[in-house]
Design a binder for this molecule. Structure first.
Ligand SMILES: C[S@@+](CC[C@H](N)C(=O)[O-])C[C@H]1O[C@@H](n2cnc3c(N)ncnc32)[C@H](O)[C@@H]1O
Length: 272
């Protein structure tokens, strides 16, 4: 039996573009001899798995994406979509290297039992679980990674404009990222509603993630005058202010411009 529970299958075309841009930059994707990527819990349609493959193929042309779903009827739906792709009835490449199978946090993989994934993307999956279930789910998925592989687990809103995720290697959590559409952004703490399950209940005074979101809002406000030059300039100044306040910014400038911010997990990990 796959490990986990069937949850709502909500998904959307282009919803996961922000996290996919992050995954494109992961060193393991370029270095691995076996570019096997898992989309765990792809939902009621396989569209975000096809999109993941198309985006990652731009940096690793031989990437293969395996979509896993705990709900068998969703595997049947995605397999029918795959036939449409193969028959050239969609905008995806007919030979896109994608397949779908039933599976849960145990992450069944094609090929020999020793095979491991380079990357596992689990988006909007743990959101519907209890916080107490996160460590065990993380441990199972991390155990299915290659050396240097990454699990990217997070949450976003329905249209993908507000997004956040934790990146984990086989040993444990490494970093925390947020990615926001800057156009029309009122305050960065909007991401509070879309934090990964491990952090969403920790956005309270005394917890590091609460301090991060409070600092973000404070510096966004301080830099309001820069809005004249556009929200990107205001965001870049906000990120600089965060760095000056002691946060370790891990995001290169060109990715900051996309509204992305990554800090070490150690700086936001729950206090208790
Ligand atoms: C809200 S949808 C997310 C779809 C897509 N990843 C997205 O972000 O748009 C969550 C999906 O995860 C599936 N799911 C939940 N627990 C799972 C598990 N342990 N293993 C595989 N799939 C799971 C549910 O059946 C559901 O279809």
């Amino acid at each position: 039996m796959p490990i986990g529970a069937v949850t709502r299958g909500t998904t959307n075309t282009n919803r996961l573009r922000r996290v996919d841009r992050f995954i494109q930059t992961l060193p393991v994707l370029r270095r691995t001899p076996d570019p096997l990527v898992v989309d765990l819990g792809y939902g009621a349609s396989g569209v975000t798995a096809f999109e993941l493959q198309a985006r990652l193929a731009t940096v690793r042309p031989d990437v293969h994406v395996r979509g896993l779903e705990i709900a068998p009827e969703r595997v049947a739906t995605a397999t029918a979509q795959l036939k449409d792709v193969r028959d050239g009835r969609t905008s995806f490449a007919p030979d896109a290297s994608v397949d779908f199978a039933v599976g849960g946090f145990e992450v069944p993989l094609p090929g020999p039992a020793s095979r491991r994934a380079a990357v596992i993307r689990a988006f909007n999956v743990l959101r519907q679980y209890d916080e107490s279930e996160v460590p065990a789910a993380w441990a199972l998925m991390r155990g299915r990674l290659q050396p240097g592989g990454m699990l990217v687990e997070g949450t976003c809103n329905e249209v993908g404009r507000v997004s956040s995720w934790v990146a984990l290697d086989p040993e444990g959590p490494v970093s925390f990222s947020i990615s926001l559409r800057l156009q029309g952004l009122e305050h960065p703490s909007i991401v509070a509603e879309r934090l990964p399950k491990a952090l969403i209940h920790r956005n309270v005074p005394g917890e590091p993630v609460h301090r991060l979101l409070a600092d973000l809002d404070r510096f966004w406000q301080h830099n309001a005058a820069l809005q004249t030059y556009g929200p990107v300039q205001r965001w870049l100044a906000t990120v600089d202010s965060l760095g000056a306040a002691g946060w370790s910014i891990r995001t290169p400038r060109r990715r900051q411009r996309l509204g992305e911010l990554t800090v070490p997990w150690a700086e936001v990990a729950p206090a208790s």
